[in-house]
Structure formats: structure tokens, C-alpha cells
Design a protein. Structure first.
Ligand code: FEO
Length: 178
């Protein structure tokens, strides 16, 4: 059993993580429209990672004998005025997710649900990395300014991110499946 208050908050967090995937796919679509395919690729990899986060929360509820309730996703932003604005939003979104993980940890402690602590500690560490990465790239975009050359160099650098094996967000995966 898991305290009801915490189970409800985890259901909300499953939605937040799936929305994160959707936000990053929306950004991928924007970057593709700007011919920044490296950034689009990076965002697709990130979308995959966010679905894994959602699954970790789902499995935690299932393992605790609690039924998962999937909630509606919000209509998300679909257009940005510049790549720099999109990356700034990505960083702000990760800060929002960190605040949600902190809230979950607070609830788990208030409810004395010690069994959730290892899972939440994993997310706490993960958010350090998530914020650091998006903050670094957002900062680099600020430095790039109006330089198209620097923007393309950064785009190529971000194209090097590797999909987890068999990722459905990787064009190679659906090429194999058809
Ligand atoms: Fe699931 Fe990017 O935090």
C-alpha cells in the first residue's frame, strides 16, 4: 500500500513526465522546421528518456499494488521565436520538474512512506543532470547570438547524442519494424 496523497501526486507526475516527452517532441518539430536536425534529434532522444521516467513512476505504483490513473495532457506550446527561446524553455521546464520531484519527496516524508525514498532519490539525482544539460545548452545558445556558423556547429554537436537501443523515437527502429 502507498499513502493516497502520494499515489495521487505520482499519478500527476506520470502526466508531467509524459507532457515532458510531448514538449520535447514539439520542440523537435520546431527544430526540424528550422532545418536544425541535430537539435531535433537531441529532443527526440530526450522525449524517449522522459517516457522512461513516466514508466518508472507507473511501475512504482503498480509494484505498490496501486492502480495507475492516467490524466489528460495539456495543450502545449508549438512555436518558438528562436532556437535560444526553445532551449530557455527546456531549462525552465526542467526546473519545474525538479520542483515537482521535491514536492513528491516532501509528501513521501510527511506520509512516512520510506519505500518511495530510493525511487525519489534516483529522480533527485537525475534532475541535477537534466538541469545541468539544458542549462548548458541554453547558455551556449545565448553565446551563439546571431552567428549562423556557431548555431550550425552546435546543431552538429547535438546530433551526436545516441538513442537508447530500439528507441521508437529513432528512425532506425521503425525502418527495421517495417
Ligand atoms: Fe523527466 Fe527531464 O525530467
Amino acid at each position: 500500500m502507498i499513502p493516497k496523497k502520494l499515489a495521487q501526486a505520482i499519478n500527476e507526475q506520470i502526466k508531467n513526465e509524459m507532457e515532458s516527452a510531448y514538449i520535447y517532441l514539439s520542440m523537435a518539430a520546431y527544430f526540424h522546421s528550422q532545418s536544425l536536425d541535430g537539435m531535433a534529434h537531441w529532443m527526440r532522444c530526450q522525449a524517449h528518456e522522459e517516457t522512461i521516467h513516466a514508466m518508472k513512476f507507473m511501475d512504482h505504483l503498480t509494484d505498490r499494488n496501486e492502480k495507475v490513473t492516467l490524466l489528460n495532457l495539456a495543450q502545449l506550446k508549438t512555436q518558438w521565436s528562436s532556437p535560444a527561446e526553445a532551449w530557455k524553455d527546456a531549462y525552465a521546464h526542467e526546473q519545474f520538474i525538479t520542483s515537482k520531484i521535491n514536492d513528491l519527496t516532501t509528501i513521501a516524508r510527511q506520509e512516512k512512506d520510506y519505500q518511495s525514498e530510493p525511487m525519489l532519490a534516483w529522480f533527485t539525482s537525475e534532475q541535477i543532470e537534466e538541469e545541468a544539460t539544458s542549462s548548458k545548452i541554453a547558455g551556449e545558445l545565448e553565446m551563439v547570438g546571431d552567428s549562423k556558423t556557431a548555431l550550425l556547429m552546435l546543431d552538429r554537436e547535438l546530433a551526436a547524442r545516441v538513442f537508447p537501443a530500439g528507441s521508437p523515437f529513432d528512425p532506425a527502429a521503425y525502418a527495421q519494424a517495417t
